[in-house]
Design a protein around this ligand. Sequence first.
Ligand SMILES: CC(C)(COP(=O)(O)OP(=O)(O)OC[C@H]1O[C@@H](n2cnc3c(N)ncnc32)[C@H](O)[C@@H]1OP(=O)(O)O)[C@@H](O)C(=O)NCCC(=O)NCCS
Length: 168
Amino acid sequence: MTKAKQACIRKPTVEDAQGIKRLVDDASTTGALLPRSLMEIYEHLRDFTVYADEDGVGGCCALHIDTADLAEIRSLVVSERLRGRDIGERLLLACLDEARALSISKAYALTRIPEFFERRHFVRIEKSELPHKVFKDCVRCTMFPGCDEIAVIRDLRETPDRDAAGEE
Ligand SMILES: CC(C)(COP(=O)(O)OP(=O)(O)OC[C@H]1O[C@@H](n2cnc3c(N)ncnc32)[C@H](O)[C@@H]1OP(=O)(O)O)[C@@H](O)C(=O)NCCC(=O)NCCS
């Protein structure tokens, strides 16, 4: 009998790439995320953190480095069957910890759910405050140039996150 895999947040292996693609594809049908090809997912696999359980990849989030002091939180999605259990938050916090470990001082996201990020110490900014290079993927988006995403940013040196035990 094979042992059930324990649910955890971890860095992915190449075997998780198909599961990440399925999640991103599902979320892209609602316009929440940009679709990613399997090749792009392999290329950027080291950016990702995943939530995995016995059913495979149930959530993912990526940290994409733009400059020495700025990284983007992207491709944050949790499978519908698992939403509302703090998995999205834990994935986000894992990516923010990774940014801190890399000495990156600021993380931003382009999002239609700014409230989710604001409750986690991000603040809204004008998109024009971000460097031009961060918009290079936007030309592939069906919403371009009339995008309704909101930019949010967080200074990682300022505010603590709750730790694994849930304490601030
Ligand atoms: C956003 C998402 C990743 C949250 O995952 P999750 O595991 O349910 O998140 P958590 O359980 O940690 O937290 C749930 C929070 O998300 C909020 N949330 C979920 N969907 C939301 C939506 N459409 N609009 C606003 N807030 C939303 C809930 O209100 C809740 O907020 P709170 O904890 O601050 O009160 C998940 O809903 C999802 O995959 N959505 C589709 C993809 C997407 O929109 N990704 C964000 C791209 S930037």
